[in-house]
Ligand binder design. Sequence first.
Ligand code: SF4
Length: 204
Amino acid sequence: MIFDPQHRKDNRSARVSMALFRMSQAIKKVTQAESDALGLSPVQIQALLFAAYTRNDVATVGNFADAIGTTHVTAVKIINGLLRKGLVTKAQKPEDRRVTLLLLTAEGKVIISQLNHWGHSLEEAVGSISDEALADFELGLGAIISAMQQRGQLVVAEPCLGCVHFHPNVGDAAAPHYCGLIQKYLTHEASLQECPEHTPSIEV
Ligand code: SF4
């Protein structure tokens, strides 16, 4: 097991796993400190960022729960905290009234505009590493993320570019792009938002 130093000595995957675990602890600590300064918890900030950057019709409570790897009940509690602060509102999805969509309020958008530097401590630490080492690290991390996605342990939402379902510039000026998965034309702005169904066209 990865917490046993003797096991790690002869096992690269255990050493990398332990390094990732330690990094996750450190990331938790720095994001907590940055969130405290805004009077919000890290998951509340993640919820606001989710509402801001996820395509409107898929910014659901369920997708938020998947994005942060928690249960629907916990996600609802997080959202309710933001509702009480007046930072988000909920709306029923017009096509399926059982689905709840998250929307930022004007106050929520103000918080988003103040989040430019959220995560900067992590970026500073990573930025001190050479570009060559970072390029290798990026490849390795991509492979780990891909493996965890395939095991259903991680959801990675990305914009449309690079998705197997994306057909750019096949529609009209108002909705120029087409998604083969949801079988809908998309505005250019919608195609730039994050989508939890993004399926990379190139395997990492
Ligand atoms: S499935 Fe792919 S093409 Fe369709 S909306 Fe999501 S990212 Fe865009």
